[in-house]
Design a protein around this ligand. Structure first.
Ligand code: SF4
Ligand code: SF4
Length: 413
């Protein structure tokens, strides 16, 4: 696509990147067919090709309006379009650039500004969010239905292995997962321990930064990345094999650190090493499958009533990390029979803060996803990302678990 960027951005890193991305797009529209918001709204400007066109216009000097911003706000950042695109257009990076520019040119006001400010300040602070979550859990049954759906019942991390191992992976505790689903990292720790790997946490690490980036606060996201790198670096230098991510949304964002910090002379090299060292928990466990197989063979057979399972492959796992089939293979090896899930490439509507900021679209996507997941009559739903788990659990009575929790339970049987 021929592009002539305006002076304000042409000679910047972001401008050069945007130009390269725009030039790749041949405007074929294949991506539109797999875009969840286009499917719901039927408006070209609520699909990837239309959004690319809007961003191009702004970067070429057109003045954006509140309507431009709304079309960009409605994007889930699910990256389904990237998976479909035959030209390799890195849409999500263009979106980040476009959103940052539009945010500056079309400031927010009123309840929109307030809500975004509250989310930016609450979610990434694990201690503050944890206290708020605990309070919500203590009065959960008294909460109105809409709020109760977002507050999972109180749960525990389960027993912590006592052994230490030479092989170590650094875990990201994250911001919301420890208080919403503490058993996810607890289960990962126990499964890795059985495989001779110790999961350690770095003091001082926190939110990966995805929350702030998705709320168009790129500089805050860079600060989150720098703080985490500072916390992880000594452990990597001391011999940790790498970083293990138990939330695919966080893992997908950590892989962007090298890009986010490319112009920072103090962090660019370190960020690149962090990216190379980062693995999703499914990748770490798949690499140990020779050790896992005999452990699974020694387990009690899974009761027939628990065997059917629906797996929701989060966008961050399949489109962000490009991991497809890995978790499914591990679950099959653990004795589960996975049901067919229609339109598995489509987002469930959680998408970070999307369910709060775009509740109507989010609800429609949630209903479609739940219908697809329960169609095969599963006994439970498995996921790989904390946000999706909470979002799906709010709309079904079937248990929604992280797949690593299921593997942990199998290994303990
Ligand atoms: S599929 Fe790729 S090249 Fe085609 S319109 Fe979409 S982003 Fe552009
Ligand atoms: S990221 Fe998802 S919602 Fe956004 S344009 Fe691409 S497919 Fe559509």
């Amino acid at each position: 696509m021929e592009t002539h960027l305006a002076d304000f951005i042409r000679h910047t890193t972001a401008g050069r990147e945007a130009e390269e991305i725009l030039r790749r797009c041949v405007h074929c529209g294949f991506c539109t067919a797999t875009c969840p918001t286009y499917q719901l709204l039927g408006d070209e400007l609520d699909g990837p090709r239309g959004r690319i066109y809007l961003i191009k216009q702004v970067l070429e000097g057109a003045t954006p309006t509140a309507k431009t911003r709304l079309h960009l706000d409605r994007c889930l950042s699910c990256r389904s379009c990237e998976t479909t695109c035959p030209s390799g257009v890195h849409y999500s990076r263009l979106l980040d650039i476009g959103r940052e520019v539009v945010e500056r040119m079309v400031p927010r006001s009123g309840s929109d500004a307030f809500m975004r400010g509250a989310l930016k300040n609450l979610l990434p602070r694990a201690t503050v969010f944890g206290a708020a979550m605990k309070l919500g859990q203590s009065v959960r049954m008294l909460l109105p239905g809409v709020l109760r759906a977002k507050v999972p019942p109180l749960s525990a991390a389960g027993p912590t292995p006592r052994r230490s191992h030479v092989r170590q992976f650094i875990a990201l505790a994250g911001c919301v997962q420890p208080s919403m689903y503490p058993n996810v990292n607890g289960a990962a720790r126990r499964v890795l321990d059985r495989l001779g790997i110790q999961m350690v946490e770095a003091k001082g690490a926190g939110c990966c930064g995805a929350v702030r980036l998705h709320l168009n606060e790129a500089e805050g996201a860079r600060d989150d990345a720098r703080r985490n790198i500072d916390a992880w670096w000594p452990l990597l230098e001391a011999g940790a094999e790498g970083l293990v991510m138990t939330a695919s949304g966080c893992g997908s964002h950590v892989l962007e650190y090298a890009h986010l910090l490319q112009d920072d002379p103090d962090y660019a090299v370190k960020a690149a090493r962090i990216v190379l060292a980062t693995r999703d928990i499914s990748e770490v466990i798949t690499a140990e499958v020779a050790a896992l197989a005999p452990l699974l063979q020694a387990c009690r057979p899974l009761p027939a009533s628990e065997r059917l399972l629906a797996f929701q492959n989060p966008c961050s796992l399949q489109h962000g990390l490009k991991i497809r089939g890995t978790v499914e293979s591990l679950l099959a090896a653990a004795g589960y029979t996975l049901t067919a899930v229609a339109d598995s490439h489509l987002c469930c509507g959680s998408a970070g803060t999307y369910s709060v900021l775009q509740p109507e679209l989010s609800k429609r996507l949630q209903a479609n996803k739940i219908a697809a997941l329960i169609a095969g009559g599963p006994a439970a739903i498995a996921s790989a990302n904390v946000g999706c788990m909470g979002h799906l659990q709010g709309a079904t009575d079937l248990p929604v678990r992280h797949w690593i929790e299921l593997l942990d339970a199998r290994l303990a049987s």
